[in-house]
Design a protein. Sequence first.
Length: 261
Amino acid sequence: MTDSSAQFLSEHQELAPGDSFRFACHPGVSCFGACCSALDLMITPYDALRLRHTTGQRAREFIALFANLLAMPEVGLPMLHMRMLADARHHCPFMRDTGCAVYQDRPSACRTYPLGRATQRGPEGEVVERVFMAREAHCRGFDAGTDFDAGAWMHDQGLEPYNRANDRYMALAEDLRAFETLTGQGMGQKQLGMAGLALYQPDEFQPFLAQSGLMDRLEMTETRKNDVLNDEEACLDFGYDWLELSLMGHTEHLRPKDQKG
């Protein structure tokens, strides 16, 4: 969990397991679209991959048009933020009068709203989830709608694959932070560049893997190699494994061929 996540949690109501709330968001709600402007919206690697499914763009073009490339505080890991329009209200570039133009592949933060979600590692390495309510004064979505608890809301919004992928991103950041504290070794510019390629540019990472023969030096099945080269979600999953191995020297899911233990 980042310091900003911890601060946000401290300022908002945390939901205990089973706590319910009522919410609806659709064109019939009077404030519809009001939350889609002036956003400080992080785009995780999986968010970017899914958004590109709708826009049909290559990663480099998507980033140039819609995102700002930043470094995650305290870690330096590449991180994208959505670039708002330069209009009076700084709208999201995908907001239309009728709603979200990328609704089926909208980012995880948009799906999660009006909830927020933060995770950290537990004592056994498990993911510990905390969920909070982001109740904004302008929002009329709480006035009517269906009753949900946090789990039901996340299922309704299709968050399962987003949360799984985003948990890996945050776990990598947490591990890198701990590794730097222990060893005093941060990420160099070449490592930052490769992290950006593996996390946010799978369409360019795939040909790099095919041409470099990197996967031939790892204990991997031919099936997984083929999946990585032909499916961007599989490539992103491999990217997390490879970054853990190359940056910190170990991962649960990959092993160099000369290591049999």
